[in-house]
Design a protein around this ligand. Structure first.
Ligand SMILES: [Zn+2]
Length: 106
């Protein structure tokens, strides 16, 4: 299975199979205790650094900010979608998403 993953417009979009799927300015509830001290940071996506795939999970390395405490940075590879029969399927990113801390191969 091959999938085309790209970051477009200087990090504004994640493109999957030449279709723009995930954009900046989304608010994600992030379960990332290493990122900041908030229990569940409200994380605003500001820039996609890169995109990859881990098994069937599309992951993105994103720069953003916790709007609760103001911490900025890159919390890690965050699942943003899945591949199902080669098609992109959105994850519900307004709920808690778990950064993939290890096992990622890019
Ligand atoms: Zn925070």
């Amino acid at each position: 299975m091959s999938v085309s993953l790209r970051v477009l417009d200087d990090g504004a979009w994640v493109s999957v199979n030449d279709s723009r799927q995930v954009s900046v300015s989304e608010l994600w509830r992030l379960d990332a205790p290493e990122f900041c001290s908030c229990t569940v940071p409200d994380f605003v996506v500001e820039n996609f650094q890169s995109v990859g795939v881990d098994g069937r999970t599309i992951t993105a390395n994103v720069y953003g900010q916790c709007i609760q405490c103001g911490e900025t940075g890159v919390p890690g590879w965050i699942p943003v979608g899945r591949l199902k029969n080669g098609e992109y399927v959105d994850l519900d990113r307004e709920n808690v998403v778990l950064p993939a801390h290890d096992g990622h191969e890019n």
